[in-house]
Design a protein around this ligand. Sequence first.
Ligand SMILES: Cc1cc2nc3c(=O)[nH]c(=O)nc-3n(C[C@H](O)[C@H](O)[C@H](O)COP(=O)(O)OP(=O)(O)OC[C@H]3O[C@@H](n4cnc5c(N)ncnc54)[C@H](O)[C@@H]3O)c2cc1C
Length: 474
Amino acid sequence: MPSPSAQVPSSVVVVGAGLAGAQTAAALRKHGFEGRLTVLGAEGLPPYDRPPLSKELLKRTEPVWLADDLGIDLTALADDLRLADPATRLEADRERVVVRTASGDDVVADAVVLACGSVPVRPAGWDAAATLHTAADAERLRAAVVPGIRLVVVGAGWIGAEIAGVAAGGGARVTVVEAGPVPLERQLGRKVGGLLSPWYDDAGVTLVTGVAVDEVLPRPGDAAEGGSMRLADGRVLEADLVLAAVGARPASGWLAGSLPLEANGGLRVNRAGRFMGVRSPTDPAGRLHLDALRRIWAVGDIATRDHPVFGPVPGGHWSAALHDPEVTVRALLGLDERPAEPEHVRERLGLAPVPRHAPYVFSQQLGHDLALFGVPSPFDDVVLRGAHVSDDKRRNGHSSGGWAALYLENALDRHPRRTSDGHRVATVRAMLLVDSPREVGQVRKLMNRGVPLEVDLDRALDPALKLKDAVIRG
Ligand SMILES: Cc1cc2nc3c(=O)[nH]c(=O)nc-3n(C[C@H](O)[C@H](O)[C@H](O)COP(=O)(O)OP(=O)(O)OC[C@H]3O[C@@H](n4cnc5c(N)ncnc54)[C@H](O)[C@@H]3O)c2cc1C
C-alpha cells in the first residue's frame, strides 16, 4: 500500500533501455503500477548485458539479451516503447515532466526515471580510435580483431585489460598504452596495480606505462579506425586498429540545459534514487521547485547515489544498475516510507531495512578473475591476504593462487586500536578478490550490510581463516 502522504504517479517515462531502464520497468509492473509507462531507448535494440561485450568479444556473436537472461520483455511491460527515439530535452515543473524526443514528440508524464547510462570518453584528436560500449561497437571490433592484426589499446583499465587479453588470445599482436605508472592505478591504487602488471607479459601483451597518447592518426587514405599514434614522449606507434579504453562518463549531455549536473556529468541522487538538484556550476536555472524535484529519479551509470557507508558513489557499476531500481521504484510508488533515511532512524520508526548493496565490479582479465567490493581511496592503507607470489617465483612456474587486497580506512600505525586479545582492529573500506571465486559470496554478504566493516586484522590476514570469522562489527 502506498503511504498516505505519497502522490502516486499515473504515468512514468523511463529514459534509457539498458539494464537499469529494464529493471525499472520490470519493478514498476511488479509493484502494481498500472499507469502509462513509456520507455525511450537510443540504440534501436532491446536491452542487453554489456559485460560480455568485452569478456566474450570473440566467443559471442549475439548480445546476451535481458529478455533471455532476466526475463524482462519491454514490449510486454511498456505501453509505449521507442527503442530508437532518444530523449533530447527534459522540462520538469510542479505539475509534470515533459521529455522531448529526437523525433520531435513530447512525452508528458507525472515522473521520469533517468536510466541513460554512460558514454565512452574519446579525447579530442582521437577521432580515428574505436571504442567499445555498444553491441554495434562489439560487432565492428569482432570483425576487425583477426590473427596477426596490430591492436593498440589505450588505457589499462577494466575494459582495456579485458579486451587486450581476449584479442591476444585470438592471435592479435596487442600493445596497451597506459598513462599511469601501473594498470588500474586510479581504481585500485599503485601498490595493487603494480601486482597486475606482470599479467600482461604472461598473456603475450606488451604493456607501455607512464606515457600519454597525444594523437591517434588515421591510416592515409583509409577510413578504418586507427593507423598510428603519437605518444607524448614523441614516439610513434604503428597500429592496424586503435581502441580507446580511457573510461566512460554519464550520458547526460542532453540534460545540461535542464538540470544541474555533477562535475563528472552525473546526476546526484539520494539513497532512494531521487534527484537532489543540488546547485552546481552547470545549474541552468537555480534550484528546481521541490514539487518538480519529486518527479525526477535516476538509476544506473548516470546516477551518483548516496550510500550509507561509502557516501556519494558515482555510477559505473553493473550491480547498481541491477539492484537500485527496486529501491527507487518502491520509493517512487510510495511503497516505502522514508527510504532515504539512515537505517537507525528507520529502525526507530519501525521500518524494515532497505537493501544497500556495496559498489561491486567484476572483471575477467588476462587469465584472472577480479571482484572488487566497496570504493578504494588513494588514502587507504593496503594490506594483502593470501598467496600473492613474487615475480621470480611466478616465472619459475609457481602459481600465485588466490589473494585479496584489503583497503583500510584508518591508518593502523598512527591510530592503533586493539581487540581484547591484542590484535589490530581495522575498518575495511574496500576489498579486491583475485582468483578467489569461493570467497566472493561471503565478502559480498559482509560488504552489503550497510554499516562499516570492522575486522580483527590479524585474523583477516590469515588465509587459513574465513574472512567472516575476522569480523568484529559489520
Ligand atoms: C564493454 C563493457 C564491459 C563492462 N563490464 C563490466 C563488468 O565486468 N562489471 C561491471 O560492474 N560493470 C561493467 N560494465 C559497466 C556496466 O555494463 C554498466 O554499469 C551497466 O550497463 C549500467 O547500466 P545502465 O542501464 O545504467 O546503462 P547502459 O547499460 O549504458 O544503458 C543505458 C541505455 O540508455 C540509452 N540512452 C542513452 N542516452 C539516451 C537518451 N537520451 N534517450 C534514450 N536512451 C538513451 C543508451 O543507448 C543505453 O542503451 C561494462 C561496460 C561495458 C561497456
